[in-house]
Design a protein around this ligand. Sequence first.
Ligand code: ME8
Length: 511
Amino acid sequence: MKQNSFYITTPIYYPSGQPHMGHAYSSILADVFARFMRADNKKVFFLTGTDEHGLKIQKASEKADLEPLIYCDKISQKFRDLAKKLNLSNDDFIRTTEKRHYKSVNDLWKRLIKSGDIYLSKYKGWYSVSDEAYYNDDEVVIKNGKKVSTFSGSTVEWVEEESFFFKLSSWEKKLLELYDRNNKFILPISRRNEVINFVKSGLKDLSVSRTSFTWGIKVPNNDKHVIYVWLDALTNYLSALNYPDTNDNLYKNFWPASVHVIGKDILRFHAIYWPAFLLAAGIEPPNRVFGHGWILSGDEKMSKSKGNILNPIEIIDAYGIDELRYYLMKEVSHGSDGSISLKSLENCINSDLANNYGNLCQRIFSFVKNNCQNKVNKSKNISEADKQLINQTNELTKNLRNEMSNQNLNNYIKSVINISFLTNKYINDEEPWKLKNNNIEKMNNILHLSLEQIAKISLLLSPIIPIASFKVLDALNIKNKSKNLSFLNGSNLLTDKIEIKQLDILFKKIA
Ligand code: ME8
């Protein structure tokens, strides 16, 4: 695994409808990891995009009465706009209808033909257009008179057609070896077990082409067939690095991917099919697949077909992007499903952002402005209370890199917000306002340490709430080249004599 570079991806989204909160969640989660690694001085490549082929998109474009590509141009743009609105720091946005992607899918297909892993036969079985997935007989039940997948609940249809097959069955042992060799290939652990049990129960060969529709990448040398949309879509992770040019710097620096962030519904494709395709093609598999849970509305997965969508754009316009990012990252437990509501969003904004971190910044910045003309000096006399706060902070920060490299973002946020809480408590206990007239040196020291704490907390929060944190760091006059996490190695952020700027209100309390 490459130590100094970090390649992270979101799923590429189906442009079959409006972007919703589930998409926002996947994207923000990946963005937080990308921003953290960048702040920790790693070379980062962060990719998102749209997945534009297959029957689902063909049907959606027919419904909209548009040519598939024109339809995709339109909806893909909405996902690009969403990426901006979510303040994603993506380095690229890939579309599977781009030339570079065709080139890469063609190459992968040819390699799989060459290795003898693809053969022509006939598919007979169930297919779900909504999941773009094949299901076995024992994965299908009748519900309200319709055949549905037990896995996703979506309608399936019977398909019989000539098809190319990928020899998935012969990769069972190699996949189990991979999960064993890299025991964090699938996180969280509960999902790893789920996948291992599925593979152990036996894998069938996978149909990887279709003949009954045309909207896809044609099979090389047989244009009756289009390539199965998942084989096409997964390859986007390579196309963005200019594969098949394996001498390209992007490919050399960033493949294998560090982590594919995805929702649990598409785990099978990423944790089984994808590494099998790659192993068969002689390409190193990614280092990790992180399968997050679903955002629920009440008890149900939020989805267009269920009509229970909280629209991310409306929420951002009403509450702010940092606010939404913080809420989703803090409140949704990343391994499991999480219910969201406006009430809990408001509570979270008030308790953590307005009353805790925001209040900490505001009270110290205005005190320093009103009592010290924005200038503060550190002294050599460190009190017991100072030492205690410094030690507690060190204790809380020592595991943060580890938490992030294992995608334990909930623990990370808990620790950082706790540092803010402890700093507020330190200020309440030390009461610098009582020292204005009799101990300026001590008062300065309390303020200096509080500002140092604010700098650390802001840097640690910057992957999650970049806008607010950077406002604070700018007001602290921290130079761009120091806006990183090297302080985690034990150095101080602020010089002994500092001058700060005015800081406007960061988070308004919601009444
Ligand atoms: O699956 N909560 O695209 P997609 C959390 N094109 N996550 C959710 C969610 C919810 N309510 N609803 C959807 C695809 N998601 C494929 C990906 S990658 C090579 C191809 C997540 O637009 C879902 O789990 O249907 C998935 O990870 C992502 O949004 C994209 O969903």
